[in-house]
Design a protein around this ligand. Structure first.
Ligand SMILES: Cc1ncc(COP(=O)(O)O)c(C=O)c1O
Length: 469
């Protein structure tokens, strides 16, 4: 142990949470319709597998992109040789145009302000390295994506201070919650360097309102700090009244060239919207030249390979493909989301009303044996081992209220989701049956107690009357 660094031997990776433990349990006993029909269904993984047929038909029609060819001439050598850390200009241009398209072309992006990274994981960590020193803090609204405990903190030494949001207002960010978190950080002697939000939110599946976005900009303006908006789910918004990017709000003339202009940074990735987490394509977008320069240099540690950039620049420059993909993928997500909501409703389980993401934020408070996080863990274990569903407990997302769970719906077939809903329904029914039985038992115990009480009163009064005589 002594031969290793403190970083390698310490346990601050953030991976020892029920969020990751659930994945391990799933790996040991994964559901398969034929080979393991009793296995665990993975509902703890925010993957988008609904539109692979669209990619595949594009690939079949565009063999040059995968065959390392341009106009039928091989470009293998060009791609295989040294790549500098600025990324392929053709890919960066295609990516910024795709980002604008997802935002309804209400915002445009300059590819000189874009840094390519190996996924949003790397983008978020790189921003931490650029904006904060070890021991300084970022404020994050709860509940938040459990991976942030690893991505933002582990190698950078940055601290996370929670902005506590609750179900009382649908987990919306308020001014008082922001101020309280800031105060909390000061009480812990932590210098606050910024706020990081996910918009749309993982795990809530809701997008931030204009009011919240303006609140955040006023807050960072007043405190002289940064704002990071992780917009990895921006293309998953399936409800038309929906998503406003922080970059759109920043275009308002009161912010253009104001001090906050350079202090707002956006994170993006193709892991969710395009469903390609294995390709490791992410990006940082910033108006601060020094951040762009530093992050570009840091991106050497996690570059996107040339062949991936080449393939995706061809795919994303095909406007007919992207337009159809964005519309069709949203339609499919909307259908899946509706299917999950219907299944849960049928089981008597409510959810937070949502408009985006690959998951729902589900309220199972009524199935807890008590309103505690111990009871939440107890329920989670039953759902993993007895019901056979891996879902993510709210406590792993730092939710302050026990009983909430994140359930993913886009990483499986319709049949598997249907089976998952049958499993959760029979579980919820069995709990309410046993609650009814124990309530009836309590009732009949109460009745028999009441009977014996009244018998006792009767006997007593009878006895009194007898003695009176
Ligand atoms: C909010 C958020 N940010 C970042 C990531 C990491 O994404 P990537 O696969 O692009 O590294 C995830 C993945 O689930 C996420 O939900």
């Amino acid at each position: 142990m002594k031969l290793l660094s403190r970083k390698a031997s310490c346990n601050s990776h953030g991976q020892d949470s029920s969020y990751f433990a659930g994945w391990e349990e799933y790996e040991k006993n994964p559901y398969d319709e034929v080979k393991n029909p009793q296995g665990i269904i993975q509902m703890g993984l925010a993957e988008n597998q609904l539109s692979f047929d669209l990619h595949e038909s594009w690939l079949a029609q565009n063999p040059d992109a995968t065959g390392f060819k341009r106009n039928e001439e091989s470009i293998f050598r060009e791609l295989a040789l040294f790549q500098d850390y600025h990324g392929l200009p053709a890919f960066k241009n295609a990516l910024v145009e795709f980002m604008a398209e997802i935002r309804g072309n209400k915002v445009s992006f300059n590819s000189n302000n874009l840094i390519l990274t190996a996924g949003a994981t790397s983008a978020n960590e790189t921003l931490m390295f650029c904006l904060a020193n070890p021991g300084e803090a970022f404020l994050l609204p709860t509940p938040y994506y459990p991976g942030f405990d690893r991505d933002l903190k582990w190698r950078t030494g940055v601290e996370i201070v929670p902005i506590q949001c609750t179900s009382s207002n649908g987990f919306r960010i308020t001014e008082s919650a922001l101020e309280e978190a800031y105060q909390q950080a000061q009480n812990r002697n932590l210098e606050v360097k910024g706020v990081l939000v996910t918009n749309p939110s993982n795990p809530l599946g809701i997008s931030l309102s204009r009011h919240e976005l303006n609140l955040l900009l006023s807050f960072i303006a007043a405190k002289g700090i940064h704002l990071i908006s992780d917009e990895i789910y921006s293309g998953t918004v399936f409800n038309s009244k929906g998503f406003v990017s922080i970059m759109e709000v920043l275009m308002n003339k009161k912010y253009v060239n104001s001090p906050v202009w350079d202090r707002v940074h956006m994170v993006y990735s193709l892991s969710k919207d395009l469903g390609l987490p294995g390709f490791r394509v992410g990006a940082i977008y910033s108006n601060d030249k020094m951040v762009v320069d530093a992050a570009t240099k840091m991106s050497s540690f996690g570059l996107v390979s040339s062949q991936t950039q080449y393939l995706l620049s061809a795919m994303l420059s095909d406007k007919k493909f992207t337009k159809n993909y964005v519309i069709e993928n949203r339609k499919r997500l909307k259908q899946r989301h509706a299917m999950l909501i219907r299944g849960l409703k049928n089981a008597g389980i409510p959810c937070l009303e949502s408009n985006a993401g690959l998951f729902c934020w589900v309220d199972m408070g009524h199935l807890l044996s008590s309103k505690t996080f111990e009871a939440e863990m107890e329920l989670w274990k039953k759902i993993v081992y007895q019901v056979g569903l891996n879902i993510s407990p709210g406590s792993s997302c730092h939710c302050v209220e026990p009983g909430w769970f994140r359930m993913c719906f886009a990483n499986m077939s319709e049949q598997t989701l249907d089976l998952a809903m049958q499993r959760i329904k029979s579980f919820a029914d069995s709990i309410s049956d046993s609650n009814n039985i124990s309530r009836n038992q309590q009732h009949s115990n109460k009745n028999s107690r009441r009977k014996s009480f009244s018998k006792w009163i009767f006997r007593l009064s009878f006895h009194d009357r007898e003695t009176e005589r």
